[in-house]
Design a protein around this ligand. Sequence first.
Ligand code: ADP
Length: 490
Amino acid sequence: MARYVGAIDQGTTSTRFMIFDRAGREIGRHQLEHRQIQPRAGWVEHDPAEIWENTLKTIAVALADTGLSPADLAAVGITNQRETVVLWDRATGTPVAPAIVWQDTRTDYLIPAIDAEFVKSRTGLPPATYFSATKIQWLLDNGLRDRAERGEILFGTIDSWLIWNLTGGLHITDVTNASRTMLMGLESLDWDPALLELFGIPRAMLPEIRSSAEVYGTAEAVLPGVPIAAAIGDQQAALFGQTCFEPGEAKCTYGTGGFLLMNTGTTPVRSGHGLITTVGYRFGTDAPVFALEGSIAACGAAIQWLRDQLGVLETAGDSETLAGQVDDSAGVCFVPAFSGLFAPYWRPDARAAIVGLSRFHTAAHITRAALEAICYQTRDVVEAMAQDSGTALDCLQVDGGVTANALCMQLQADILGVPVSRPAVAETTALGAAYAAGLAVGFWDSLDDLRANRHEDRRWQPSWPAARRTEGITRWRAAIDRTLDWVSVG
Ligand code: ADP
């Protein structure tokens, strides 16, 4: 019997294939980067053919390195960068345009005319260039509409593109990826005719929406006989890999930006506080599980800026040593709103600020303020989630590059007032896809099996007295106001 499960983790900058055993331990991996194509300011493209080739290569190399054969894999799951749009020729399977990546803002001129309340009520998403719909609309408006209307062109997010290629022509997406297109009804879990009309998108080009964990087909192109048994967007996969299966459980992934997702159970919770309502995952015919999502524009980006722009750090890891030289930021606040503020403020026009400086302050204080900013921003999202969901968090599961910083994670526990837990397997995104695929084929029997696999690497307990937390939050709010009112100056 096959002893392992594979996961394709197709991210924004790279593609990796990872292999896990029944205990959720990593057995092997291979990773390849792909080109970031920026033909004009605001445009970000990927080559879908390159992504597919890298997928094939990473699978082949990971198998060769571990000495495994396809028969050793019980199933493969896919997790992927979300929202990115691929269009290809139904007859030949050839892409008809570069992939338009989620970061691409070429469609910003389309957003103001969209009825925000209408779209939000149907999809749970505030209209933004970020989601897939206006990217498809743009491609159709720029020379592909006739062919799309004749049924010659197919659309997919990256999961669909990979499933199509792996299976030799199945046109399928999963419900988490579909929920990020701004074309799926959150209640119907199907393509919404009113939205298709609004964005001028022919239904014939859309994939069939399936659950996140079921056998879609076999990966004949590269792993003969191995079922493709899961597809799940990257942040949802991390929620799953962190085993946040109960309502109220939440994880935060701290990379360049930050993504906090909270499981809200089988009913979608509409946000009144700037969060996105999204599908968390769905198993086969079970009821879908929804999530609230809050994104933070700059987390690790603040550390990168101190390193690359100010030059006060040699490596990101040095931030821990430098910030550790002082007991606190001595009243300095740093709001890293370099590209505006995301949840819960949604102020694209906000700009960063460091406030409260005197001659006494040093790079150590500013670095400590940057670490605190990562934590206060996360707290703002956690508070919005508590208000929307009525559930207070009792522990935050964390992953991502910044969680290597123990001081930052201690500050996070202090600023939240709840414990912070980091798992032994850092690759929660790939693990989540492997878990979903393994469950679908009976490699794991139940969610309890997966919970039993979760081993904590480290836990941080809150240590600040309430008064210190309140003082910090008051100062943070005042600093946020500075980044907002600055834009009205001049
Ligand atoms: P991404 O997938 O967005 O590239 P990663 O999860 O790889 O993100 O994390 C990279 C980010 O983490 C970078 O912004 C980097 O500055 C930050 N980072 C890495 N190590 C540390 C550390 N020890 N302390 C603080 N930030 C760190």
